[in-house]
Design a protein around this ligand. Structure first.
Ligand SMILES: Cc1cc2nc3c(=O)[nH]c(=O)nc-3n(C[C@H](O)[C@H](O)[C@H](O)COP(=O)(O)O)c2cc1C
Length: 243
């Protein structure tokens, strides 16, 4: 498959074989992540590879990750990281006022995300499977403790990477005219929502596992029915961000 075909056939993998990744492949994954663009070249992210089985189990529990992956697959945590820059500013006793802002945090989250997606695309191009794990944010304070996270850092998500034992069907994305505007923003119309709901109803009914009577907008309703992770801003403030 060429890269484009690989990309449009992406689906998250949650079950991995026991085949281990070679040291060379692991190194390439990290280099792929590091080679992503970076806002003002700040490189405001860190990666933490989880090899300690106790920590891994603890994090999987926090993330409520549907674990049939056992201990298989690599597990990385992507951290939005301005602590490195605090170290640099400290050397000259510069003010950290503008390091602690919402804008700096956004820059770091974007950098971490771009790095992760570069790693993901490279991984899939060599027939590995990946799954992001935002569930690590279910307990940010415990994550801080497990990973010994210093101030001005924020664990954005984890990522499992390994050789797929099971590959899910590709989830149909919205039609292009629901996401692409020309010169101005294009709103999602009721007609587009209905036709996408029909398509996703068929997908959820027809998939091989975890068949559900639902559709995309039903999922959206369910997602926003109750508040989630309400202590995020408290955590970020304790990490030294000011907003
Ligand atoms: C930032 C982020 C966090 C995610 N967190 C989780 C997670 O905690 N658990 C999980 O099973 N899937 C997680 N996913 C995977 C999404 O559920 C998945 O990408 C989405 O349903 C689309 O399916 P696909 O990736 O198979 O196309 C996450 C994806 C992203 C981008």
């Amino acid at each position: 498959m060429d890269l484009f075909e690989t990309m449009i056939h992406h689906s998250s993998v949650r079950s991995f074989t026991q085949q281990e990744l070679s040291a060379e492949l692991k190194e390439r994954l990290i280099l792929a992540a590091q080679s992503a663009s970076s806002s003002n070249f700040l490189q405001a992210f860190s990666l933490i590879e989880i090899t300690d089985q106790k920590k891994r189990k603890a994090i999987e529990k926090i993330a409520n990750f549907p674990v049939d992956n056992g201990n298989n697959g690599q597990f990385y945590i992507f951290v939005a990281d301005l602590n490195k820059h605090a170290n640099v500013l400290t050397l000259k006793e510069d003010s950290m006022e503008y390091l602690r802002t919402m804008e700096s945090l956004v820059v770091a989250i974007v950098d971490a995300t771009l790095a992760a997606q570069s790693m993901a695309v490279y991984a899939e191009s060599v027939d590995l499977g990946i799954c992001y794990v935002g569930g690590i944010r279910n307990d940010l304070f415990q994550m801080k403790e497990i990973l010994d996270l210093p101030e001005l850092t924020y664990p954005v998500f984890g990522m499992f990477i390994g050789y797929p034992a099971v590959k899910n069907e590709v989830k149909p994305r919205m039609p292009v005219n629901a996401v692409l505007g020309t010169n101005t923003y294009r709103s999602l119309t009721p007609e587009l929502i209905n036709s996408y709901d029909e398509e996703t109803t068929a997908y959820y009914q027809g998939r091989r596992s975890n068949v559900q009577e639902t559709n995309w907008s039903e999922k959206v309703h369910q997602h926003f029915e109750f508040p989630r992770r309400q202590n995020t801003s408290e955590f970020l403030k304790k990490q030294g961000f000011v907003f």
